[in-house]
Design a protein around this ligand. Sequence first.
Ligand code: COA
Ligand code: MG
Length: 281
Amino acid sequence: MRSLLFVPGDSERKIAKALKSDADVVIFDLEDAVAPDRKQAARELTAEVLSSPGKRPQRFVRINPFSSGLSQQDLDHIEPANPHGIMQPKTESGEDVLTLARMMNAPLPIIAIATETARSMFNLGSYNDASPSLIGLAWGAEDLSNELGATTSRDTDGELTSPYRLARNLCLIGARAADVEPIDTVYVNFRDHDGLRDECAAAARDGFTAKMAIHPDQIAIINEAFTPSSQAIAHASRIVEAFAMSGDPGVISLDGAMYDIPHLKRAEKLLARARVYAKDG
Ligand code: COA
Ligand code: MG
């Protein structure tokens, strides 16, 4: 999973378009992109679309948060339609994930957005062993900045201000500590493809394995950024081969640089990831 495309759960036109995209996951939104008086229409349309078979893209549903009192109703409509997974917004701790898993008839994979409230920020270390259903942690700046009373989450150069850099960093570290996928937040300026490309490159560099999207035009850029490049694959292969040819010592030198066990592990992980996406085509 590299790209996760949001689509408002009540928009037939956008849903049709999203399902034809190259997104790895389409997230049918029942939460913030759906007006309160459209929640029921969104549940019904989403359930109807999910009921017709389809393997790619995978279909997840973002339900409403516990604080809305709507989560159970959402699940009651959505579960019989067999989504591939559930996205849980405004998740405040590993305990919330466990509660959600227990609310389901048969636990589905869960991706939690884990930085949307002030309280959630103190619990990013709580996802370790929270629930076997948890497969990813994502972060969001829009709801958090509202809650913190900020006017914006970015400075005049478009860079995240420090509270949101903290959210991003703790999401990455919390996800790795819990051994689930770290997922970068949406890039809202959907016409700014250069800005998106830069943000994807920074996320992939830091360890994120996927990014959420709000517009189909963002998908190709995200998929490319989170797929190992042929250059990176060639370099990783050389490292692995050099270790093997030297009889797997603790440390080797290659092109005037030192490589030890962490470098070998990183190269092996990159090659494993490359094999997954080569299979996907
Ligand atoms: N999924 C599928 N199709 C989408 C889409 C999406 N997320 N966003 C836009 N499209 C479609 C449009 O419907 C339009 O199709 P059409 O020409 O057949 O009508 C086409 O792509 C071009 O859209 P465009 O004119 O560039 O954008 P817009 O002004 O129609 O929509 C947004 C802009 C932001 C409202 C829209 O991208 C959107 O709804 N994004 C998802 C929002 C969301 O779910 N947010 C919650 C998580 S943060
Ligand atoms: Mg939100």
